[in-house]
Design a protein around this ligand. Structure first.
Ligand code: SAH
Length: 223
């Protein structure tokens, strides 16, 4: 039913996602209204479907972006630190930056350099995007996201936008206590979203949510 949320404008798409119950929280809705998806998706930006962005990567479907934000929301507060692994187009990185506000920090990690450059260029299409980059509130870094990004740790929230072949322990290690990880994990032919909570006492609880289809989290292509 996800396709029913498609719109002809950014606001139309976001309002349809909310009307169909795919966005339930006003903070998520406001953040998605503030980031123009047409700056990040090259074709049909307001369709509720994934789109190719080159280098075998896709910008995920809007309902998946909404779901990731809603799951991580208790950890996306003013001043929070966020890691967005497999940042691709940079769209979700920008939405996270809206959610954590001017005192927050979001780091996008991507292992393909042209996609690092693409995310930066996409964000530079708007004045507030340029401000987010120039102030250092948002950074895009070329690295292997399976190891997280230790230099910026610990994080309140970590999002992984590609399917992991295993539960990478580095990611949970780089969470604050409390903190939350949202990660698609491949299990045979299936992939499922896992939400991993590190509690205040440092204990870790893992919940398996729904089945998904993501680009795999892989070795970087040979340059
Ligand atoms: N959240 C992004 C999703 C992009 S698709 C968006 O909606 O635009 C997944 C991305 O993960 C791709 O850009 C791919 O290049 C990247 N990726 C895959 N394996 C990776 C790895 N090991 N480290 C960092 N990024 C990786």
């Amino acid at each position: 039913m996800a396709w029913r949320s498609s719109g002809s404008t950014n606001a139309g798409l976001v309002n349809n996602l909310a009307q169909n119950g795919l966005i339930t929280n006003d903070r998520v809705k406001d953040a998605m209204l503030q980031v123009d998806r047409s700056h990040y998706a090259p074709t049909s930006p307001f369709d509720d479907s994934p789109q190719l962005i080159g280098h075998q990567a896709t910008i995920s479907a809007p309902h998946m972006h909404a779901s990731a934000c809603e799951s991580l929301l208790p950890f996306l507060n003013p001043g929070s630190r966020v890691l967005d692994i497999g940042s691709g187009s940079g769209y979700l990185t920008a939405v996270f930056a809206k959610l954590v506000g001017e005192t927050g920090t979001v780091i996008g990690v991507e292992h393909i350099q042209p996609l690092v450059a693409l995310a930066q260029a996409n964000m530079r299409k708007s004045a507030d995007g340029r401000q987010m980059l120039d102030s250092g509130r948002v950074r895009f870094i070329k690295a292997d996201g399976r190891k997280g990004w230790k230099d910026g740790a610990p994080y309140d929230a970590i999002h992984v936008g590609a399917a992991a072949a295993e539960h990478h322990v580095e990611l949970t290690e780089q969470l604050k206590a409390p903190g939350r990880l949202f990660v698609p994990v491949a299990e045979g032919w299936m992939q499922h979203i896992y939400v991993v909570d590190k509690k205040s006492d440092g204990s870790v609880e893992r919940k398996k949510l729904y089945g998904v289809q993501y680009v795999p989290l892989t070795d970087a292509p040979v340059e």
